[in-house]
Design a protein around this ligand. Structure first.
Ligand SMILES: Cc1cc2nc3c(=O)[nH]c(=O)nc-3n(C[C@H](O)[C@H](O)[C@H](O)COP(=O)(O)OP(=O)(O)OC[C@H]3O[C@@H](n4cnc5c(N)ncnc54)[C@H](O)[C@@H]3O)c2cc1C
Length: 467
């Protein structure tokens, strides 16, 4: 069934034409579902530096026919090194050592955010369905449809609105506005609420000109005192860099968001003499900067991702510090699976009841995996940029576990989303590692994580109370 109760074609209004929104548009292009994408920016390309495309994201891009472009415009990772701020090497991992990359035959690809957005937009067949300069400001939901209003006064109606509009999601805010109206009207009290965003860390994303001393395809991670960096040398030898800075303890007031070079120079000033490899200091990279932007690294795991004719994907519901782009791609593909099944399925239930059930089932199917990734990324950023001497001991441990850690994060398991209604491309030369053997290996490693975390937490609490 591809029609709603009123016999219209099922129509999805997607807010945000970034990674989550455009991936969803690609997924829906192979179904009978109609869509409109509304984007606040005036052009298809956006700010940002480099992203790492991991096998979970790569497999979906492959299904959508976009993978070769990503390979062509990106750079495959050759090594991952972890450093301490004084230039001591903690661990160097060769890409060939990572079994999950060999097994799936999807290398880790370094690509600029701009290039990825360019591919997602220019390869979209139904590009006429994407409108720029449309900042969504209000959404009205009624029994039969949802109407999405933009700041320029225009509006679009559909059956469902999908918030792919990032951490400050207007769709999420509008959804909660409707939820609270309904609950206030029925019970007279606020029983439910949106999970507030916290921004304990600021992030600076930058792109610099090539610098000698860094190999193409190399990734360098440095653990600092209240900060951590990731430096990647990608396509055209461009250097993509990212710094996470703990807001507490910086001793300086930091703007919320800025791309002003003088302001960012003040923010990164204390890091200029810090090592990002044994022979490259951060200052050498910063002085070659072409573009950079400071953004708050918001964290929140929303408990409710959908309600009525509203749903949110990507950073709008689960901003993820480590896997932002890949999680956004996965959440778009998984939602598309459920919507495609909804549009096909004959049933005795009304369209609204079926939609509620579909969205609830989708949410339940995704939350466990997303919660695990969210917790891992929260812990990782705190350990990597810690100022606590107890957690600093853990850095060494974390650095030594990198082959396992990268293997875990980059692996494809039965919980990893893909587009169910599109064929899985065959990857030539993928190494035959028995699935059950590998999974049991991961399970043992996973089982030790809570133990490690508990011991670390115990030490941390003892330290905090001064024992
Ligand atoms: C400026 C910026 C730079 C980044 N750079 C990097 C980077 O270099 N490396 C990295 O790993 N990660 C980076 N990230 C994070 C990463 O891009 C995200 O984690 C990932 O893209 C999640 O994608 P998303 O589509 O859910 O959200 P986003 O990429 O945040 O996209 C949300 C989209 O919605 C649009 N939008 C927002 N509000 C409205 C509205 N009211 N109406 C219409 N449209 C709206 C925005 O313009 C944007 O295009 C960056 C994020 C931002 C915001």
């Amino acid at each position: 069934m591809s029609k709603t109760d009123s016999q219209r074609q099922f129509h999805v209004v997607i807010v945000g034409a970034s990674i989550a929104g455009l991936t969803l548009a690609h997924c829906l292009s192979s179904t009978s579902i109609e869509f409109t994408v509304l984007e606040a920016r005036s052009d298809p390309f956006s700010d940002g530096a480099g992203l790492a495309i991991l096998p979970n994201g790569a497999r979906i891009l492959d299904q959508l026919g976009l993978y070769q472009d990503v390979l062509d415009q990106g750079e495959c990772m050759v090594s991952h090194s972890t450093w301490l701020e004084d230039g001591r090497l903690l661990r160097r991992v060769d890409a060939r050592q990572i079994r999950s990359l060999r097994r799936t035959n999807y290398p880790l690809i370094i690509i600029s955010r701009r290039a990825l957005l360019g591919i997602l937009y220019t390869r979209l067949q139904r590009r006429s369905c994407v409108s720029f300069d449309k900042r969504v400001c209000r959404i009205v939901s009624s029994a039969g449809e949802v109407t999405v209003y933009s700041a320029d006064g225009s509006s679009v109606s559909g059956d469902l609105v999908v918030g792919a509009d990032g951490v400050y999601s207007t769709v999420r805010a509008q959804m909660w506005h409707h939820i609270n109206n309904v609950y206030n009207a029925s019970t007279g009290s606020h029983r439910l609420s949106e999970v507030p965003l916290t921004d304990s860390f600021a992030g600076v994303f930058g792109t610099s000109q090539s610098i000698p001393g860094l190999e193409r395809g190399s990734i360098h991670r440095t653990y600092g005192h209240g900060w951590s960096t990731i430096i990647m040398k990608g396509e055209d030898s461009k250097v993509f860099w990212f710094i996470a800075i703990a807001r507490a303890g910086t001793g300086q007031s930091m703007p919320h968001r800025s791309s002003d070079r003088a302001c960012l120079a003040r923010v990164v000033e204390p890091l200029l003499e810090k090592h990002v490899t044994c022979n490259v200091k951060f200052g050498e990279i910063f002085h070659r900067t072409e573009s950079c932007i400071l953004v708050p690294l918001e964290e929140s795991f929303q408990t409710r991702w959908s309600w009525g004719r509203f749903v949110g994907i990507g950073d709008a519901m689960t901003p993820n510090l480590a896997e932002g782009a890949n999680c956004a791609i996965e959440s778009a593909a998984s939602l598309a699976n459920y919507l495609a099944a909804f549009a096909r399925g004959p049933t005795s239930l009304s369209a609204q009841e079926r939609l509620d059930l579909t969205l609830k089932t989708w949410e339940d199917s995704r939350k466990r995996r997303m919660k695990s990734l969210f917790i891992v990324s929260q812990c990782a950023v705190r350990i990597e940029a810690t100022t606590s001497w107890v957690l600093r001991r853990l850095q060494t441990f974390l650095g030594l576990l990198h082959v396992t850690g990268i293997g875990l994060l980059t692996d494809i398991t039965s919980r990893t989303a893909r587009v169910d209604y599109l064929p899985l491309p065959r990857r030539r030369d993928a190494e035959r590692v028995p699935r059950n053997k590998e999974e049991s290996g991961w399970n043992i490693q996973l089982a030790t994580l809570p133990l490690t975390a508990t011991v670390a937490l115990m030490f941390y609490v003892l330290h905090a109370v001064g024992m």
